[in-house]
Design a protein around this ligand. Structure first.
Ligand code: URA
Ligand code: SF4
Length: 219
């Protein structure tokens, strides 16, 4: 389905500064799509400006929305496990999401907020923040955690099932210093949500793809 470019996007809120703290502050006031209105706050990326590896998730979840930090809830804990098994330290990484506000629907009963996948329009609206982070950090390696992140950076036709774990490059329309290697893998939530008997295998896939990504770091 062709998606028309949204009229207002994050681009209308980008500051002239390319400093990560300035970007995060400006993103806090973004109204580039409707998702800001029900969420608690913008969850911008976190990590050092000189990070050599950048992880991109989908969007903040319930706990990230409350805390303001990416990957601190159940998916974050699974990610931590996978990183540990792959022998990768989280601290020096830059961790962010394709979409910076939590999209949810209320549970039919109770007060729980149920994650809802962002639309293509929302992903496109939020993309200027991701590209600004990419420009500021200039990582050597990008890991796309799940299809939403992969489609945002690699194009809407990208198929995770066909290219999971491959070493890819960004398409020509995404300018990035350093020509980073890109590896797309499963989203940690997909590991958590999958059937129990498949969990070990999907975690192993995630760990193995993270190892592939780490192997792309220049020495
Ligand atoms: N899922 C994501 O994609 N990102 C987060 O930050 C948390 C859960
Ligand atoms: Fe802006 Fe992205 Fe939040 Fe939409 S989801 S309001 S584009 S920061």
């Amino acid at each position: 389905m062709p998606s028309r470019a949204p009229t207002v996007t994050a681009a209308d809120f980008l500051p002239s500064s390319t400093d990560l703290d300035d970007l995060a502050a400006a993103a806090g006031a973004c109204r580039g799509c409707d998702l800001f209105s029900d969420a608690t706050q913008t969850v911008f990326g976190e990590g050092p400006a000189g990070a050599r590896m950048m992880l991109v998730g989908e969007q903040p979840g319930d706990q990230e929305d409350r805390s303001g930090e990416p990957f601190v809830g159940p998916a974050g804990r699974l990610l931590d496990t996978a990183l540990r098994e792959a022998g990768i330290d989280r601290e020096p990484l830059y961790v962010t999401n394709a979409v910076k506000h939590f999209k949810f629907v209320p549970a039919e009963r109770g007060t729980r907020r149920i994650h809802k996948t962002p639309s293509r329009t929302e992903v496109v609206s939020c993309r200027p923040w991701l590209l600004a982070e990419l420009d500021a950090v200039a990582p050597e390696v990008i890991v796309c955690l799940g299809a939403t992140a992969a489609k945002s950076l690699l194009g809407n036709d990208f198929r995770l099932t066909a290219h999971r774990g491959e070493v890819l490059r960004l398409p020509g329309d995404v300018s990035a210093r350093n020509d980073p290697a890109v590896v797309a893998t499963l989203h940690p939530s997909a590991v958590l949500r999958g059937p129990a008997e498949a969990r070990e295998d999907s975690l192993a896939s995630l760990v193995s793809d993270l190892r592939v990504a780490a192997g792309q770091l220049r020495r």
